[in-house]
Each structure stands twice: as structure tokens, then as C-alpha cells.
Design a protein around this ligand. Sequence first.
Ligand code: NCD
Length: 307
Amino acid sequence: MPSLRGRDMISITDFTQEEIEYILDKTDEIRKLSIERSDLLKGKVMAILFFEPSTRTRISFETAMKRLGGETVDMSEPKRASIEKGENLTDTVRVIDNYVDVIVIRHPLEGSARLAAEIAENPVINGGSGAEEHPTQALLDLYTIRREKERINGLTIAFVGDLKYSRTVHSLSVALANYNVKLYFISPPILKMRREILEYVSNKVSVEEVNDLNDVVEEVDVLYVTRIQKERFSDISDYMKVKGSYKITLDHVKKMREDAIIMHPLPRVDEIDYAVDQTPQAKYFKQVYYGLLVRMSLLALILGAVE
Ligand code: NCD
């Protein structure tokens, strides 16, 4: 396996399936280091450059770096999230690139992370680029499926919710298209999966767009739920039309296979009833933990501390 040192992660398609599997294998090894602090990344500094709100992704990257002995500088300026001039981003990245060894960026504009990677000499990791992609979330989602289901091939996976604007489902469905899986896309009509992604994945695996979760709930191995991405709607009246239009409840869980799992990238708004949290199928908080491990592994590989 060629070294991943110095690599950017902007799109999930930047990595081959073999490389993705390698990162996940390394995650299993690195799990031991998450218990105690390690000095694998001692002397390395990571910049967090977030132009959009974030709790999980930011803290997860920060903790991953610190648990491996590295340091972080947070250069997020949420108030500047409305700045939509590529020029400003260009200068910021050029400056920060001088201070650190790796940059994690989140920005509301599609193409922003790619632009940052072209400018920076150090590796850039995309922590979410508009509604487009969220590749490290896809990695941790794959890892969660692998850990909880012990395989990815042969599974039936249903995505439920805002498939138009959720960047996590875009990256994950593209990644899953490398496996032998069956995918269901379930959403309100105005929030259907982006056409270009639907086309890409349906050329590789079996995909079906379904109107009602109840039609397939008994069949699925993985139910991946997303929140409606209110902040991405250009017309708030469209949001009002779909607000609260779906919710996973205990009734759904009762119909599910006993060994099925429910995932969600979080934050949850109202799309999964809190009562579901107590069921064995609910894995969304475990998913958060796996995210820490996967980001530790990715940082260690990209920064060349692990080969
Ligand atoms: C997701 C995101 O930011 O795209 N959250 C996350 O990274 N865990 C999902 C979301 O905001 O709904």
C-alpha cells in the first residue's frame, strides 16, 4: 500500500476503496491508543478553519489530534460564514499553511475545500463543504457499519431524510457504491437524492427511490437518518413544507430486523424519537465514538506517523 502521507481528503473519491479499507484497518489498531494519550503526533499542529457551525466534527478532530499528542489552533470565525469571496479564503489558507502541518476546513461553499487544497502545501481535510461532501463522516460511517454489522458487502442500507442537502449521505452513498450493497433512498419529494449522485451509484449498485419507509423497514440492515438541512434552503417556505414530515419511532423499530442498526450523523432535531435511543438498534452515539478513532487514524496516516 503506497503511503498516505501528505494526502488531501477533499472528496471520498480521492481515495481508492483499498485505501479506505486501509484507513479502517488502521483504525482498529489505533483504538488502543485512544485510551491513553500517545505521542505519535507530538510536535505536529493542526489548524481548524471552520466557517460554519460545528460541534462534533470540530471537537472530534481536536480530540483526535490531542489524544495522539499533537496540538491544535482553532482559527474558526463563524461570523465570516457569509463571506462568499473565494479571494478571502485563498489568502486565509495561504497564511495558515505557514503555521501548521495539516488544515481541517469547513465552509458553506461547494468547491471551497478543493480550492483550499490547491493553495495549501500541507494536507487539507474537508470537514464539510456546503451540501456537497463530508468525506471523514463517510469514513466513520463505514467504520461504524463494519464494526456493528461485521461486514459491508451484502447489506441493505436505507437513507432517510434530506437527501438533497445532506452532505453526509452524498459522501457515504458514493463510498458504498464500491461494495456489494442494496440502497434505498427515502425522502420527501422536494428533497430527493441529487441526480448526479443517484446516477453515479445506480451505475454500480442496486438503488431504489422509495416514498414510504414502511415499505422497506422490515428489510433493511442499516437505517441512516438525516435531519432536514434548514440552513441550506433558499426558500424558507419550502422548508416549512417538509418540516417534521418524517420521524423514526418505536413503531418503526418494532418492524425492523433485530440485528438492524440505526445511524445518524447528528445533530438530531426531531427526526428520531428520543424513545428510540434506548433500543439496541440505536447506534448514533457509538458512531460519534467511532468518529474519534477514525480521525485519529486518518491524521496519523496523513501526517506520516503511521505507514
Ligand atoms: C453533519 C454535517 O455537518 O453535515 N453533522 C456532522 O458533521 N456530524 C450533519 C448535519 O449537520 O445534519
